[in-house]
Design a protein around this ligand. Structure first.
Ligand code: SF4
Length: 143
């Protein structure tokens, strides 16, 4: 059976096997929501209510909930998630960004001390060579 615009089941399974399919980042907003006195939360780590308590019947499919789900379904955090800094997924995301920034700074310092000409060229080329070097360095280190 073929679904319009989505490819056959075999094609989708093959794409998943190749790791090209987008994975849902977090399933919480599809599996549960929290009805509290202070309002409705899409997950246990939610920072603020997306609807008042009285709207508990309509909050499940509200635009706010759909927006959170649409971001997560594409494999990325939603703006709501970014506000929920108590969430372990959000914390891990920020830690990864921090690590990348520190690694880039380390590489730039290394370049600056050893190759001032390369550092200047890197700056002039918008730091593209430095980023490419960083990716290559990380790939080689993970082998
Ligand atoms: S804040 Fe965390 S637990 Fe809540 S929906 Fe976002 S990623 Fe999922």
């Amino acid at each position: 059976m073929r679904l319009a615009g989505r490819g056959s089941v075999e094609e989708r399974l093959a794409a998943e096997d190749l790791g090209t399919a987008k994975k849902i980042l977090c399933r919480e907003p599809w599996e549960s929501y929290y009805i509290l006195r202070r309002g409705i939360l899409p997950c246990c780590h939610g920072s603020r209510a997306i609807a008042p308590l009285e709207d508990w019947k309509t909050a499940w499919n509200s635009p706010a909930m759909q927006e959170i789900r649409s971001h997560l379904a594409k494999g990325r955090l939603s703006p709501y998630c970014f506000d929920s800094t108590g969430c372990p997924l959000v914390q891990r995301h920020f830690q990864e960004i921090q690590q990348r920034v520190e690694e880039t700074q380390r590489q730039e310092r290394w370049l600056a001390t050893r190759f001032p000409v390369l550092r200047t060229m890197n700056r002039l080329l918008g730091h593209v060579p430095g980023k490419a070097y960083g990716r290559l360095f990380r790939a080689l280190r993970s082998l």
